[in-house]
Design a protein around this ligand. Structure first.
Ligand SMILES: [Zn+2]
Length: 328
C-alpha cells in the first residue's frame, strides 16, 4: 500500500513534497529521477495517490474511493504510459495516450495525472510532443516523468519541470529496510547495506541472488593475491576480473569496503565500524601483512577507477594500470 510513512529513507524529499501539498503549490510537470527504480516508484506512486485522495491531506487516507481504485491501478484519472516492452517511448504513444486524452476532463477527481515510466527513453519527437502540454498546461492535468537519467531530457523539458532527484538512502535506513522486510533472516546486514550503496533495487538484487555469498568469498580469496603482486598472482587477479567483467563495479565496491576495513584495523579505530565483521580473522591477517603506504596505494587506485568507470574507462586496461600502480 502506498503511503509516505512506508517509504524507506528520502525524508527530506518527502518533507518538501508534503509541504508543497499542504501549501497547495502543485506544479503541472514533475521529473522524479533515480537509478533506484523501487524507491522512485514508491515516491511517484505515493505522490500521485496523495494528490488524488479525497481527504486532501499530506498523505493518502486509504479509505476513499480514489485511494482504493488507485491501489488497484484502476483509477480512471491516472494514466500510465510506458515503453510497452520496446526500448523507447515513441511519439505515437504520447499522442494517443496523452495529447488526445488530455482534453477529456477527469471522471471523478480534481486532477488527471499522467505518469510516464522510464520517461527518459522518450524519443526526441516524443519529448517535443509533450512540450506543448508542459508549456500550456491544462488546469487539471499533472505530468509526472519518472526517469533513471534526467540528463537525457531535452533542455526545454528540463527547464519547465520541477526536478526531484532522489539521493541514495543512508546506511541506517537501509539496515532498517532489511530488518523490516526480511525479518532478521539476513545475517551480516551491514555488508548488504554498504554493498548496495543506498539503492533498494540493488539491495533486492543482491539479497535475492544465491551467488552473492559465493562471489564475495571468491573475491576475498583474490584479495590475498594483492599481498604479493608477483607475476603469478597478477595473472590470477586479472583472470578473476575478466571472468566477472559484468560485475566490474560490484567488484570495485566490495574491494573498496574490504580495504576500508583493513584501514580501520590498522588505524586501531573501534572494530564496531567494520563492515566485513564475519571475516575479522582474514582482515587482521591482511592488516599485519600490508604496509600503510601499500594499503593507501590500493585504496587510492580503487577509488580512482570507481570514480572514472562511468566515463567509459576500459575495465581490462584499468585493472592492468591499477595493478602496476599498486605494485609501485
Ligand atoms: Zn484517500
Amino acid at each position: 500500500m502506498y503511503s509516505f510513512n512506508k517509504i524507506t529513507g528520502h525524508a527530506d524529499t518527502i518533507k518538501s513534497i508534503k509541504n508543497s501539498i499542504a501549501a497547495n503549490k502543485i506544479s503541472h510537470a514533475y521529473i522524479f529521477n533515480s537509478d533506484d527504480s523501487i524507491s522512485r516508484e514508491m515516491v511517484v506512486q505515493t505522490f500521485a495517490k496523495t494528490l488524488m485522495c479525497e481527504a486532501s491531506s499530506v498523505d493518502s487516507c486509504n479509505d476513499c474511493i480514489s485511494c482504493k481504485t488507485f491501489e488497484h491501478q484502476n483509477n480512471p484519472d491516472v494514466i500510465y504510459i510506458d515503453s510497452e516492452d520496446k526500448k523507447s517511448i515513441g511519439v505515437e504513444q504520447i499522442r494517443e495516450k496523452l495529447i488526445f486524452d488530455i482534453n477529456i476532463r477527469p471522471y471523478q477527481n480534481k486532477y488527471k495525472i499522467y505518469i510516464i515510466k522510464e520517461a527518459d527513453t522518450m524519443t526526441e519527437s516524443a519529448q517535443n510532443a509533450i512540450l506543448k502540454t508542459i508549456e500550456e498546461p491544462c488546469e487539471y492535468a499533472i505530468l509526472i516523468l519518472s526517469s533513471t537519467d534526467y540528463k537525457k531530457f531535452l533542455p526545454t523539458i528540463l527547464s519547465r519541470c520541477i526536478l526531484i532527484d532522489l539521493k541514495p538512502i543512508n546506511i541506517e535506513d537501509m539496515n532498517k529496510y532489511i530488518v523490516d522486510n526480511y525479518n532478521k533472516k539476513i545475517e551480516n546486514v551491514d555488508i548488504y547495506s554498504s554493498y548496495s550503496e543506498g539503492n533498494i533495487s540493488k539491495l533486492e538484487n543482491i539479497i535475492n541472488s544465491k551467488e552473492f555469498t559465493e562471489f564475495r568469498n571468491e573475491l576475498i580469496e583474490t584479495t590475498r593475491m594483492f599481498l604479493n603482486l608477483n607475476i603469478e598472482n597478477i595473472i590470477k587477479i586479472k583472470k578473476f576480473f575478466e571472468q566477472n567483467e559484468k560485475k566490474y563495479e560490484e567488484i570495485l565496491n566490495l574491494l573498496y569496503i574490504w580495504y576500508r576495513d583493513i584501514n580501520i584495523i590498522k588505524s586501531e579505530i573501534s572494530t564496531k565500524h567494520l563492515i566485513n565483521k564475519d571475516k575479522t580473522e582474514e582482515l587482521n591477517h591482511q592488516a599485519t601483512e600490508l604496509t600503510y603506504a601499500y594499503l593507501n596505494r590500493i585504496i587510492e587506485n580503487i577509488q580512482y577507477i570507481r570514480e572514472n568507470i562511468k566515463r567509459n574507462l576500459n575495465p581490462k586496461l584499468a585493472t592492468h594500470v591499477m595493478l602496476l600502480n599498486v605494485k609501485g
